[in-house]
Design a protein around this ligand. Structure first.
Ligand code: ZN
Length: 468
């Protein structure tokens, strides 16, 4: 048995997921993600370690940009095979790639201006990593695959996509390679979701695998109880409405935004909060919500039941989906308490900045964070307790209440990852811990050894292994 596996991303870091697999003369890439850590972003400009035109196919686990964000570059540099993923992932990825390309174009224009002003040159040409046109060139290559269907990728190589319960359409991949009468199953965890989350089904469990690549984003910690989210949300809304302020929610467009609407709907139905106007002020989140509405069959039982009763989890009295800039600006003229959900999730761009300008210095308003805030972002400064922040070129005093809802994570924690792995009854021939910061990945590998006694390794960037 000779299967070559190379690790080209998410090795002792969390972004840039990219794994190369060669079996029976077929060549595949599992995920083609963008590096997002500042210190690794240079790798996005490097030539691909494998010539893109030699690849037969890309298998895409889900639509997060750290898993799909380099596809436009791969296609521009010659990839012409199919991009296999679920239908929901294909739909969401198209929206995400277009948005990412727009940001790349804006970024390049901004750098060009700054370098001109400062009379210097940066390490990379002042052109976008890829353009909207490059992103659109990927669209015809998407080939939707339903969960559970066995797909033949080439001579003796099959794959089945399974629900990962992480974001809508997200997948775990079970690859099956036959060679000289022998068979090996290789399981790619993708990003592992959590059980009992709203809207999504639980992550799929597997009873057998010869090799496993497992993510480890939160492999060294335990999440707070997810059931508390509704209580925390109700408290924030009730106290802010009592104070007469607005609730401003910086939110990621995929999953977090839809979950937020789901909880609002639940609290309103249970009369736990007063009915207030809610503005869903993100064109990207609105488009992604429309994708959710086209793929209702992927929802879990509770969400399906709501729809059966004629109640969409993403629609309730008082909710407005805002798409135009004029309508977005008009929100600021409304008196009384409203909730505004807007992007970007870390406040580093988008319409949220305008809403922060109008609310951050009002003691009666609340800025409610529902997601991770990376170092160096405006969102991080605010959650870290900055007294003054710069927004759109001006300084503002932070007087609003800052709330952080912790239970929203879309990634399994250490014990959830271990329990996902322990469903596998045999001892795998090899387990590779990926998609986690170095110390987290090493710590999680230690937990696997302690709890399950399995052979584990934590690959380095560009490591190559032969699976036998
Ligand atoms: Zn993800």
């Amino acid at each position: 048995m000779q299967i070559k596996l190379s690790f080209y991303g998410a090795t002792r870091n969390v972004t840039g997921s990219k794994y190369y697999l060669e079996a029976n003369g077929n060549k595949f890439l599992v995920d083609c993600g963008l590096y997002q850590e500042r210190f690794l972003k240079d790798r996005n400009w490097d030539p691909f370690p494998v010539p893109p035109d030699t690849l037969d196919a890309v298998l895409l686990t889900h639509a997060h940009i750290d898993h799909c964000g380099l596809l436009p570059k791969l296609v521009r540099e010659g990839f012409r095979g199919r991009i296999y993923c679920t239908g929901a992932t294909a739909d969401i990825t198209k929206i995400m790639l277009t948005d990412s390309a727009r940001l790349q174009e804006e970024d390049a224009a901004f750098k060009r201006k700054r370098h001109e002003k400062e009379g210097r040159k940066g390490p990379h040409p002042e052109v976008p990593l890829y353009t909207v046109k490059d992103a659109e060139a990927c669209f015809p290559l998407f080939y939707p695959v339903p969960y559970g269907k066995t797909l033949r990728l080439g001579d003796g190589v099959m794959v089945v996509f399974h629900d990962a319960g992480h974001v809508l359409g997200s997948s775990m991949l079970m690859l099956n390679v036959s060679q000289n009468g022998e068979v090996r199953n290789i399981l790619f965890s993708g990003d592992v979701g959590r059980r009992n989350r709203p809207i999504l089904k639980d992550p799929t469990l597997f009873e057998q695998a010869d090799y496993v690549l497992v993510e480890s984003t939160y492999g060294d910690r335990l999440h707070d109880d997810g059931d508390k989210i509704a209580d925390e949300l109700a408290e924030v809304i009730n106290s802010t409405v009592a104070a007469g302020g607005n609730i401003v929610v910086p939110s990621f467009a995929l999953e977090r935004a839809q979950e937020n609407l789901y909880y609002m709907n639940e609290l309103l139905t249970a009369n736990r909060i007063p009915s207030i106007l809610v503005f869903f002020d993100s064109p990207m989140a609105v488009s992604i919500t429309e994708v959710f509405e086209r793929h209702l069959y992927l929802f879990d039982k509770e969400a399906k039941d709501l729809i059966q009763e004629g109640k969409s989890p993403f629609d309730f009295p008082g909710l407005t989906r805002v798409t135009t800039t004029e309508a977005s600006k008009a929100i600021n003229n409304i008196t009384g308490s409203v909730m505004i959900i807007a992007g970007a999730g870390m406040c580093n761009g988008g319409r949220i900045k305008h809403h922060l300008v109008s609310n951050i210095s009002r003691p009666e308003s609340t800025i409610m964070f529902v997601g991770y805030q990376a170092v160096g972002t405006l969102g991080r400064q605010i959650v870290d307790g900055a007294k003054k922040v710069r927004i759109l070129g001006r300084m503002y005093k932070v007087k609003a209440r800052i709330a952080q809802l912790s239970g929203f994570s879309a990634h399994a924690d250490r014990d959830e990852l271990l329990s996902w792995l322990s469903a596998i009854k045999n001892q795998p021939r090899g387990v590779f811990v990926v998609h986690g910061e170095e110390e987290v990945a090493l710590s999680f590998a230690g937990s696997i050894k302690d709890k399950l006694g399995w052979n584990v390794s934590v690959p380095q960037y560009k490591d190559e292994v032969i699976l036998d």
